[in-house]
Design a protein around this ligand. Structure first.
Ligand SMILES: Cc1cc2nc3c(=O)[nH]c(=O)nc-3n(C[C@H](O)[C@H](O)[C@H](O)COP(=O)(O)OP(=O)(O)OC[C@H]3O[C@@H](n4cnc5c(N)ncnc54)[C@H](O)[C@@H]3O)c2cc1C
Ligand code: FES
Length: 279
C-alpha cells in the first residue's frame, strides 16, 4: 500500500498529491510516468511525475479531476492509501546541453514541464518557459515554473491573465523576433502539441512532445496506446511517451483518444460536467 502524505487543491478540479513510494522515487526521472490503481476493483490510470524526493521516498503528482478514477483519487485524505503504484514507466526526457530550450506546458501539461525545465537548466541550457491555461483561475504552478526558468511567458485563451491567446502564439512571436531556439519540449492537450509542431516545423526546430493516449497495461502488451510516428507504429508506454513531434500523426491519435467518450460519460454517472459544459 502507498500512503497519501498530502492532498492539496491547486485550482478548480486540480490536485497536488504526495505519495510515499520509496522504490519509485529512487529511480524516477523527468519524463517518466507511473500507473496507479486506487483499490482492487479500480481502473489503472497513468500519471506523469511533477516532483520527487529520493531521500524522503516521496513522489508528487498533479492531476485534474476528469472522470471517476480521478474523482475518487481527489477524495483521498492524508493517511489514506492507494493499492498499486507502478513505475517508473516510459523513457526519461533526453537532458543535455542543447543551448536555448523552450519548455511549453498547457493546462495539466504544466506539471510535467517543471522537472524537465529544472534539469535542462541544471545541464546548462537557457530555459524559456511558456505556460498556458484557458482562464486565469485554471492556471497552476506559475511560481514553481518561474523558479526553474530564465524567462517565463504566461498565456490564457481569454486574456484574463498574461498574453491573450495560445502558447503556440507566444512561441511564434519568439521565433519571429529572430531568437535562436535549439529545442522545444511541449506537454499538454494533443491539439496544443500539434499547434506547437506546426509553428516549429517550417523553422526546422527539433520539437519533442509527450503523448497521452489511452493506456491500459503500460507495458507494451495490449497495444492500446499505439500511435503512428514517422509512418511506423509505436507504443507510447514503452517507446515514448516522448517523440519527435514533427513525425507524429496527431490527427489519428486525436480520433483514437475520443473513442471511449460515451463509456467515460456513463462511468461519471452524471456527477461531473464535461469539459464542454465547464467551459
Ligand atoms: C503518459 C500519461 C501521463 C498522464 N499524466 C497525467 C497527469 O500528470 N495529470 C493528469 O491529470 N492526467 C494525466 N494523464 C491523463 C490521466 O491518465 C487521465 O486523466 C485519467 O486516466 C482519467 O481517468 P478517469 O477515470 O478519471 O476519467 P475517464 O472518465 O475514464 O476519462 C476522462 C479522459 O481521461 C483520459 N483517459 C481515460 N482513461 C485513460 C487511460 N487509461 N489512459 C490515458 N488517458 C485516459 C481520456 O482522455 C478521457 O477522455 C496522463 C495520461 C498519460 C497517458
Ligand atoms: S498501454 Fe498497452 S501497449 Fe501501451
Amino acid at each position: 500500500m502507498y500512503e497519501i502524505l498530502r492532498n492539496e487543491k491547486l485550482a478548480e478540479d486540480t490536485h497536488l498529491m504526495e505519495i510515499g513510494a520509496p522504490m519509485v522515487a529512487e529511480r524516477i526521472k523527468p519524463g517518466n510516468f507511473v500507473i496507479l490503481r486506487i483499490s482492487e476493483k479500480g481502473e489503472r490510470i497513468p500519471m506523469s511525475v511533477f516532483d520527487f524526493d529520493r531521500n524522503k521516498g516521496v513522489l508528487t503528482i498533479v492531476f485534474k479531476v476528469v472522470g471517476k478514477t480521478t474523482k475518487d483519487l481527489s477524495s483521498l485524505k492524508e493517511g489514506d492509501s492507494i493499492m498499486n503504484f507502478v513505475g517508473p514507466l516510459g523513457n526519461p526526457t533526453e537532458i543535455e546541453k542543447f543551448g536555448t530550450v523552450v519548455c511549453i506546458g498547457g493546462g495539466i501539461g504544466i506539471p510535467p514541464i517543471y522537472p524537465i525545465a529544472r534539469e535542462m537548466r541544471k545541464a546548462g541550457n537557457k530555459v524559456i518557459s511558456i505556460i498556458g491555461a484557458r482562464r486565469k483561475y485554471l492556471l497552476i504552478l506559475e511560481d514553481e515554473i518561474k523558479s526553474v526558468s530564465d524567462e517565463l511567458h504566461v498565456t490564457t485563451d481569454d486574456g484574463s491573465y498574461g498574453h491573450k491567446g495560445f502558447v503556440s502564439d507566444v512561441l511564434n512571436m519568439i521565433i519571429r523576433e529572430g531568437r535562436k531556439i535549439d529545442r522545444v519540449i511541449a506537454v499538454g492537450p494533443l491539439v496544443m502539441m500539434k499547434a506547437v509542431c506546426d509553428v516549429t516545423k517550417p523553422h526546422g526546430i527539433k520539437t519533442i512532445v509527450s503523448l497521452n493516449p489511452i493506456m491500459v497495461d503500460g507495458t507494451g502488451m495490449c497495444g492500446c496506446c499505439r500511435v503512428t510516428v514517422g509512418g511506423e507504429t509505436k507504443f507510447v508506454c514503452v517507446d515514448g511517451p516522448e517523440f519527435d513531434g514533427h513525425e507524429v500523426d496527431f490527427d489519428n491519435l486525436i480520433l483514437r483518444n475520443n473513442r471511449f467518450l460515451e463509456e467515460e460519460e456513463k462511468a461519471k454517472g452524471g456527477c461531473y460536467g464535461s469539459e464542454k459544459e465547464k467551459a
